[in-house]
Design a protein around this ligand. Structure first.
Ligand SMILES: [Mg+2]
Length: 352
């Protein structure tokens, strides 16, 4: 039998801040965008459980959080520090299994099948991991255990914070049957609406659906959905698929060396890159611009910055890179903006 764990750090960014400043533990604390007295844009990245008592949660607009608790502690993201803590935690996990798949900055699957004999064993192994992370990295986490990634993720969610939960094979059906279909991988608002129209609101209802009907509606994803609703997920804990960079390019209608036209193209491209960076939950630390001239020669220029996920930082770097280059007589045919040095700080709903 397989034993797979999902280890997810609890309120990670704020928990990191609490190490540096223990007085935050008793105060509602939020890491995220600047609230600007309620006029701030952007969202809550993480908040501690004291803040949650006021109805604040992650992904909530920062302005809403401010309305709920204006005197909460609002802190900006300190990417470098969180990355360093993340590496520390992942290194600890890596001591307990070589089969480790990092899902986001604060979350990883471990296949521990070769390390434990049975459920009780798996639980005490998980307790050991929790204790070590608590002792060495000074951070709390929650661990879900089952025979699949899917159920371990759900088990983990149900045990938060500072929890540990094993869902044995015989318990899976009962564990998931009353949960909303939105708890399944890849089921967002739109898919949930379609499923609800078909009469499937809970996972139990979906498990009794006709597979052919689901496949007619969703293609091969329908089959996957049905398997997942039965608690079946055979996907393996694998090495990570890593996105290395995100970029956008534009070819001009006619070759140009007009600064206004080029700068406005760079601005557009930066926006496009940013929306992809945001939707994937990345921060970046290298910005590159690429010029292709009318003679098809190419030139790349890069600049390293402090890790960031703001459009302002990207645009500033792009502008500096553009201006650093003495103006060429050659006209530009195509221009591109690219960011790399990516770190995922937010887990994706769809993993496979
Ligand atoms: Mg987490």
């Amino acid at each position: 039998m397989r034993f797979i764990m999902l280890i997810d750090m609890d309120y990670f960014f704020v928990a990191c801040e609490e190490i540096r400043n223990p007085s935050l533990r008793s105060q509602p604390t939020i890491v995220g965008a600047h609230p600007k007295e309620g006029r701030g844009r952007g969202v809550v990245m993480t908040c501690n459980y004291v803040a949650r008592k006021y109805g604040i949660h992650s992904a909530m607009p920062i302005s809403t959080a401010y309305k709920l608790k204006p005197d909460a502690k609002f802190l900006p993201m300190d990417y470098l520090y969180y990355e360093q803590k993340s590496k520390e935690v992942m290194a600890i996990m890596g001591r307990y299994s070589e089969k480790i798949e990092q899902v986001s900055i604060d979350e990883a699957f471990l296949d521990v099948s070769g390390k434990v004999e049975n459920g009780a064993d798996a639980v005490s192994y998980a307790e050991k991991i929790k204790e070590t992370i608590r002792k060495e990295a000074k951070l709390p986490c929650t661990i879900g255990i089952s025979n699949s990634k899917l159920i371990s993720k759900m088990a983990c969610e149900s045990a938060k914070p500072d929890g540990l939960r094993l869902v044995a094979e015989s318990e899976i059906t009962d564990f998931i049957k009353d949960m909303s279909v939105t708890k399944l991988y890849g089921v967002g608002g739109k898919t949930a609406e379609r499923l609800e129209r078909m009469g499937y609101r809970t996972i139990g209802e979906l498990s009794r659906a006709n597979v052919m009907q689901l496949m007619a509606e969703f293609g091969s994803f329908g089959l996957e959905l049905h398997n997942h609703s039965l608690g079946i997920d055979e996907s393996a804990v694998e090495g990570n698929y890593e996105v290395k960079s995100i970029g956008r390019e534009k070819t001009f209608d006619s070759d140009t060396n007009d600064d206004v036209e080029i700068l406005s193209a760079l601005k557009e491209l930066s926006k496009g890159v940013m929306s992809e960076v945001e939707s994937q939950g990345f921060s970046f630390k290298v910005v590159t611009i690429k010029r292709r001239y009318s003679d098809f020669s190419e030139q790349l220029k890069s600049r390293s910055i402090r890790p960031s996920n703001s459009l302002d930082d990207m645009e500033t770097a792009v502008l500096q890179l553009y201006k650093a280059q003495p103006k060429s007589l050659k006209k530009i045919r195509k221009i591109g903006v690219r960011v790399s040095g990516l770190t995922r700080y937010k887990s994706q709903k769809r993993l496979f």
